[in-house]
Design a binder for this molecule. Structure first.
Ligand code: ATP
Length: 316
């Protein structure tokens, strides 16, 4: 069996002559959580719809669980679970009845259906709500039920379009934990879209950033918060104009900026270290309390990417 759950090659799709997805090219490994990030209208949902065969590409191709999205999309829809814009739940029937209905649609045998529903209700903390009318559930509970519904037939891959949108932090966190748990225990692959950078950082093994239909970054989220190149924050006192201009003249420093009277930022030139600079600052009479390498916040990196990202894909 291929190690790749999703494999996308030069996939493009336009609407009225405007490219919604432009030459996408990437793979997602089985058993991983992939997070698709990008601003509104970037092409995330269109990509999922293409992968599910709900839309035809103009050019390019992709396989999902080894099946071609053009000729075998019925197999893809059968074998995957999806939570798209509409949660697909029937509000007037009970939580249990919703799951039972979908279990029957997927032809799960009675015993298997019963056990699976019980297991999912427990996993999503919905056992006590089983008999309640779905319409009476809170938004967070409905969302959990919708994810449970997508998982009913034990699909090896699920697509979740903004699964935590509109949920409060507690409900979002619970849903994320359950998803991570499922990946660990059932080995499923998750393809999710999100606007929540912290979410991407917390649960995704790989993230892809899309802008105007083009993939502008792809890789593990940890590297999004990588250290800023050679920028150090120095906290202390006595940073006089004289000391700063002397520092600025050192060849190993490309720039010194003042944050406030007790903080300066030192930008080193390549391959230099802070130790000799710290000595010089102290010899000049200033006091140092802390020296810290600056890191990008995830948000900084994301915004910088969206601003500067070109069609040359950056590796995160
Ligand atoms: P969001 O984060 O807001 O959900 P998205 O990244 O999922 O956005 P898409 O919904 O894929 O973005 O839309 C990408 C582009 O394609 C947008 O410009 C959108 O207006 C356009 N588009 C998507 N579906 C259609 C359609 N059925 N008909 C015409 N244009 C469409």
């Amino acid at each position: 069996m291929s190690e790749t759950a999703v494999s996308i090659h030069s996939l493009s799709r336009s609407f009225s002559g405007k490219r919604a997805v432009n030459s996408l090219e990437f793979d997602i490994q089985r058993g991983s959580v992939f997070g698709f990030l990008g601003p509104n209208g970037a092409g995330k949902t269109t990509t999922i719809r293409l992968l599910l065969g709900l839309l035809a590409p103009d050019s390019g191709n992709a396989t999902v669980l080894g099946h071609d999205i053009i000729n075998e999309s019925h197999l893809i829809r059968e074998k995957t679970g999806a939570l798209l814009e509409h949660n697909g739940l029937y509000e007037r029937i009970s939580v249990q009845a919703n799951l039972d209905l979908y279990g029957r649609i997927y032809h799960l045998e009675d015993r298997e259906r019963h056990d699976r529903i019980e297991g999912l209700l427990e996993r999503f903390d919905l056992t006590e709500k089983a008999k309640e009318r779905t319409g009476s559930l809170s938004r967070g509970m409905k969302q959990k039920l919708a994810v449970a519904r997508a998982l009913l037939h034990r699909p090896p891959l699920i697509f979740l379009d903004e699964p935590t949108a509109g949920l409060d932090p507690v409900a979002s966190s619970q849903l994320r934990n359950t998803l991570r748990d499922l990946v660990a225990t059932e080995g499923i692959t998750v393809f999710l879209t999100t606007h929540n950078l912290m979410e991407a950082e917390q649960i995704c093994d790989t993230v892809g950033v899309i802008r105007k239909g083009e993939l502008i970054a792809f890789g593990p989220p940890s590297t999004l918060t990588s250290s800023k190149d050679n920028i150090y924050l120095v906290r202390g006192s006595g940073f006089s104009e004289n000391i700063l201009s002397n520092l600025n003249m050192l060849p190993m420093i490309s720039d010194v900026t003042i944050e406030d009277s007790s903080h300066i930022n030192i930008h080193l030139t390549a391959d230099n270290t802070m130790a000799p600079i710290v000595r010089k600052i102290i010899e000049s009479g200033a006091e140092i309390e802390e020296v810290r390498k600056e890191t990008n916040s995830l948000e900084d990196s994301f915004l910088a990417l969206l601003k500067d990202g070109s069609s040359d894909r950056s590796q995160l």
